[in-house]
Structure formats: C-alpha cells, structure tokens
Design a binder for this molecule. Structure first.
Ligand SMILES: Cc1cc2nc3c(=O)[nH]c(=O)nc-3n(C[C@H](O)[C@H](O)[C@H](O)COP(=O)(O)O)c2cc1C
Length: 152
C-alpha cells in the first residue's frame, strides 16, 4: 500500500498522471453515446460546457476530442488542462463522469491521423486541432446511494 502511495506521489511530482482504464461496461456506454457534454474552466475556475460529437475512445484510458469550432474551450485548455465529460443517455446503462488532463496537438502523427479520420467522414470539417484527453478519474453519476462514488 505504501509503495502505491509513493509511486502516485512520484508520478504527480514528475508531471505524469495516474491514468484510469475504463471497464468493459464503461466502454460499451461510450460506444452508444453520440454527443458528449465537455467541460473546461479558465485558470480562475470559470466553467464552460459545450456539446461535442467528435469524441473517440482510442484506448482504455485515452480519448481524442476533435476541435472544429472550439473557442472558449480551447482557450481554457491552453491555460488549464483539466477537462471533464459525462457519459449518459436513455440508451446507456449507468452514468459515468470522466475527468482527465488535456494536451493540444496541431501537428504530428496523431493529429494527421485524427484529421484524416474526420475528413473521411466529412471533408467540410476543419479539424483544427486534436485534444488528447488522458483519463485520470471516473465517478458514478446515477442518482442513488452510489452517486458521486469514485469508480476508477
Ligand atoms: C450536436 C453538436 C455537436 C458538436 N460537435 C462538435 C465537435 O465535435 N467539435 C467542435 O469543435 N465543436 C462541436 N460542436 C460545437 C461546440 O459545441 C461549440 O459550439 C463550440 O466549440 C464553441 O464553444 P466554446 O467557445 O465554448 O468552445 C458541436 C455542437 C453541437 C450542437
């Protein structure tokens, strides 16, 4: 147990984030979701939330979020990389609040891959930047006894 705490503290100090891997149930819910409410905040904590369709689960602990038309969201992420979204809809079992850390890419292999993927679906979309969200925490958000409980 002590070793786990030490490695968490060391990874925080070294700037790494302790990533959280989504379970099969969470990934199934992700696959059914069409639009995600994506929340960011200014450095001073003023919140901003927008509907985003371009969210892709690329591995168990990484999401790609496509910036086509972001303004405040993008500005917020440049000064405050904390980002959150939730996964819920009438067709989805459970409700998952997902928090993470964002990195913005406007060039490179991952950016090119994202742009090609988006433009294959819709060549009119600008795909201006790629937001790589590393998942750090997941909380339950269904009403009831477990509401707000940390799952990952
Ligand atoms: C259904 C829906 C899906 C959207 N999907 C995206 C998206 O994938 N990427 C994007 O940049 N904006 C998308 N938008 C636009 C953003 O929600 C938002 O209007 C824009 O990012 C500007 O908000 P901001 O200044 O708070 O960042 C979508 C809007 C709607 C209504």
């Amino acid at each position: 147990m002590t070793l786990i705490y030490i490695s968490i503290i060391l990874s925080r100090i070294s700037g790494e984030f302790v990533m959280a891997k989504l379970t099969a149930e969470m990934k199934e819910a992700f696959g059914k979701m069409k639009i995600f409410p994506v929340a960011t905040a200014t450095k001073d904590g003023i919140p901003n939330v927008v509907p985003i369709g371009g969210v892709v689960l690329v591995s168990d602990d990484v999401l790609w979020i496509v910036d086509n038309f972001m303004n405040k969201s993008l500005e917020n992420l440049k000064s405050n990389p904390h980002i959150a979204l939730y996964v819920w809809g009438p067709e989805i079992k459970g409700c998952f609040q997902v928090k993470g850390h964002a990195t913005i890419k406007t060039s490179g292999r991952e950016f090119d891959e994202m742009k090609a993927m988006i433009n294959k679906k819709n060549p009119m979309l600008p795909a201006r930047s790629l937001i790589i969200m590393k998942i750090t925490d997941v909380f339950a958000c269904l009403p009831g006894q477990d509401a707000g409980k940390k799952l990952l």
